[in-house]
Design a protein around this ligand. Structure first.
Ligand code: ZN
Length: 208
């Protein structure tokens, strides 16, 4: 009987270990976690720029799934520091994506110009499900591309996105106008795409 209990306890322990391993896999690597936790939540992180060769290579990589989990203290600190980075007086952006601070995870902040008081909101694992055929012409800049802004004419006017909230709720939403451009720009970052790539496409489209 005693042996059986010991076996039962060991089994529980093993189950506990394997499930926590799964969580870690969908969270941050030890290296990323150390970088995120090296300062408090109010401290901005360094913005990766295409003018730095090493940075520019990372900006071209694809980000991966992040498990929404309010108990994940590294995730909590990261989301806050990513917000501090976009709101930093050096940046003052309207959106930011995790790879822009060197973290290849599907996390973005977007300023919602379509909502009252233009709040900043965080989105985990955002994906664009559909694009309107109707396009819009908007001037874009990027925190990772210094001293440059260009007018693009191939962003969709409306998009439908799916994403997870920090509270692990899965949502679908249709976004229109300028705010949809911010989502398209930030979600591009998660796929290693920069707005300059669209500019090249723009130029190709207008060639006779
Ligand atoms: Zn950008």
């Amino acid at each position: 009987m005693k042996k059986l209990i010991t076996f039962y306890i060991i089994s529980l322990f093993l189950i506990g270990c394997s499930s926590s391993k799964r969580v870690i896999k969908k969270s941050f690597s030890a290296k990323d976690a150390a970088m995120i936790m090296n300062a408090d939540s109010l401290k901005p992180m360094r913005v990766y720029k295409i003018t730095n060769r090493k940075d520019s290579l990372l900006l071209r990589l694809k980000s991966s799934y992040i498990k929404p989990n309010l108990k994940d203290l590294v995730l909590q600190n990261f989301v806050k520091r990513l917000y501090a980075t976009v709101r930093d007086s050096m940046s003052m952006g309207v959106g930011i994506a995790a790879p822009q601070v060197g973290i290849l995870k599907n996390i973005i902040w977007v300023q919602r110009f379509d909502k009252e008081n233009f709040p900043f909101e965080v989105y985990l694992n955002p994906e664009i499900r559909s694009y309107s055929d109707k396009k819009q012409t908007v001037k874009e800049g990027c925190l990772s591309i210094p001293n440059r802004a260009e007018t693009l004419n191939n962003r969709s006017l409306n998009i439908t996105i799916e994403y997870d909230t920090m509270q692990a709720k899965h949502k679908t939403e249709t976004i229109t106008g300028f705010t949809s451009v911010i989502f398209q720009h930030e979600i591009d970052h998660l796929n290693g795409i920069l707005y300059l790539d669209h500019l090249q496409k723009d130029l190709k489209d207008t060639k006779p």
